[in-house]
Write a protein that binds this ligand. Structure first.
Ligand code: NAD
Length: 488
């Protein structure tokens, strides 16, 4: 709704926008009071439980099992028993199950989107328009490869590995599950997956999809719990570990698995450079900057959290950016108009606050648009820091929140040097109208994914992964199948 205001003798113009609440109903989701572990196609009672919350208001949603070491070992043994028959199945039959899962996810996408926003805090328009379509697309894409592995890897006799232990984070709970499970099954492996402790609910609802798809029992098993459950899965009798999460935990897993013969892929943190040249389409770039850092509250491993602006356009970029930030609607994740939702957990909020305080103390200038944050729940206003030096913690460390640091450069060489001055190497963005410069930059940026004149674009056909402390191995595309296969 707009308030119309007379401007002298001219026609009425909008004097400001206010949005009526447009909450998505949660009725479509029915939660159990308590969830067990999904093992062998059955629900097993866990011995201990914890409460999972909604970050928008800290309301308890359900009790979830904390799987013990013995629970994890049992799930792996069940997955091992299921491996032989699953791997022996005609690949075209395996494909059918994956197609079914894709179809059911698409059919039930509204239910999943609501639950994802409820348990994780992300805006419903993102769960609905990004997470769910991409998760279904992943299963659909890998279903297509299941009976074409010989063509995908000619003369290499691709064989499944056995049981994959998979550990995922809380920022894209269902999407990360899809990135992990779809290629593993397409390649003929069985799976034990552990969701993040704060966002287990869509993974638990996914078990219902597995039943609906009549996936043979034991092919996919879901064990919930915190880091201890993850550590038990790494130790268990699995043939491969696929981990997405923080660099710190990734390093610990790598140390643990060194010499064990278990295969490992690590998708870790990032501190992406988003580089804006003075010949770019400025308004488009500002949209890309906003999408790059405020999408999913900045809880994105490839978030464009370091903005490098060419010195000659520094003022107009910062001015346009602040103006655009003032239009972002922060609030209820279940409201269809919300742009920035809730921070995922109290612990994550504390980490964001700590780093923002460090930025202020080190001398950076902070800007936050005026916005009223809800009183309950975990919230942080979209934030931009200017006057940032390369050495500041906010320019070095992954904040994993809606906080952007702006730095400047003069020449493409300087942009490369500054962009690569980080232990991470996950993604980067380039904004320029000059095609040759895009290629020159992309060649020199040490980042697994480089976007040009766009940001945060994903597609199941396109490999995603990092360099340096952002990990190794790729997910998506043909590259994403390779870590789940052995070759003779
Ligand atoms: P985290 O490392 O704390 O947790 C990730 C997962 O590992 C969780 O399921 C957790 O329970 C489990 N875990 C914790 N300790 C463990 C241990 N000792 N052994 C085994 N498992 C353990 O990370 P997080 O805070 O949940 O997620 C945020 C991080 O994930 C960020 O650094 C982000 O950049 C990264 N991330 C990376 C990608 C990518 O594709 N590169 C994608 C999403 C998130």
């Amino acid at each position: 709704m707009t308030d119309l205001e007379k401007r002298g003798d001219r026609s009425p113009v909008p004097a400001g926008w206010t949005y009526a609440p447009a909450p998505e109903s949660t009725e479509i989701v029915s939660l159990q009071e308590r969830y067990g572990l999904y093992v062998g196609g059955e629900w097993l009672e866990g011995s201990k439980h914890y409460t999972t919350l909604s970050p928008r208001d800290e309301a308890p949603l359900a009790e979830v099992a904390q799987a013990s070491e013995a629970d994890v070992q049992n799930a792996v043994a069940v997955a091992r028993d299921a491996f032989g028959p699953w791997a022996a199945l005609a690949p075209s039959e395996r494909a059918k199950y994956l197609f079914r899962i894709a179809r059911i996810l698409a059919e039930r996408s509204r239910e999943f989107a609501v639950l994802e926003s409820l348990n994780g805090g992300k805006p419903i328009k993102e769960s609905r328009d990004v997470d769910l379509p991409l998760a279904a697309a992943h299963f659909f894409y890998y279903a297509g490869w299941a009976d074409k592995l010989e063509y995908a890897f000619p003369n290499r006799s691709p064989q499944p590995l056995g049981v994959a232990g998979q550990i995922i984070p809380w920022n894209f709970p269902l999407l990360m599950l899809a990135w992990k499970i779809a290629p593993a099954l397409a390649a003929g492996n069985t799976v034990v997956l552990k969701p993040a402790e704060t966002t287990p609910l869509t993974a638990l609802l996914f078990c219902d999809v597995l039943r609906q798809a009549e996936l043979p029992p034991g092919v996919v098993n879901i064990v919930t719990g915190d880091g201890r459950t993850g550590a038990a899965l790494v130790e268990a009798d699995v043939d491969k570990v696929a981990f997405t999460g923080s660099t710190e935990v990734g390093k610990a897993i790598q140390r643990r698995l060194a010499g064990s013969g278990k295969k490992l892929t690590l998708e870790l943190g990032g501190k992406a450079a988003n580089i804006v040249f003075d010949d770019c389409a400025l308004d488009q770039a500002v949209e890309g900057i906003v999408n790059g850092i405020y999408f999913n509250q900045g809880h994105v491993c490839c978030a464009g959290s370091r903005l490098f602006v060419q010195e000659s356009i520094y003022e107009p970029v910062v001015e346009k950016l602040k103006k655009r930030m003032a239009t972002l609607r922060v609030g209820d994740p279940l409201d269809k108009n919300t742009d920035v939702g809730a921070i995922n957990s109290r612990a994550q909020l504390e980490r964001i606050v700590e780093l923002v305080e460090a930025g202020k103390a080190e001398g950076a200038e902070i800007y936050q648009p005026p916005c009223r944050l809800p009183e309950q729940g975990y919230w942080f206003a979209p934030t931009v820091f200017t006057n940032v030096a390369q050495s500041y913690r906010i320019a070095q460390e992954e904040i994993f929140g809606p906080v952007l640091s702006v730095l400047t450069f003069r020449t493409p060489e300087e942009a490369i040097e500054k962009a690569n001055n980080t232990p991470y190497g996950l993604s980067a963005g380039i904004w320029t109208e000059k095609g040759s410069r895009i290629l020159w930059m992309a060649d020199r940026l040490r980042a697994g994914v480089v976007w040009a004149n766009t940001f945060n674009r994903f597609d199941p056909t396109s490999p995603f992964g990092g360099y340096k402390e952002s990990g190794f191995g790729r997910e998506g595309g043909l590259h994403g199948l390779e870590p789940y296969l052995s070759f003779s």
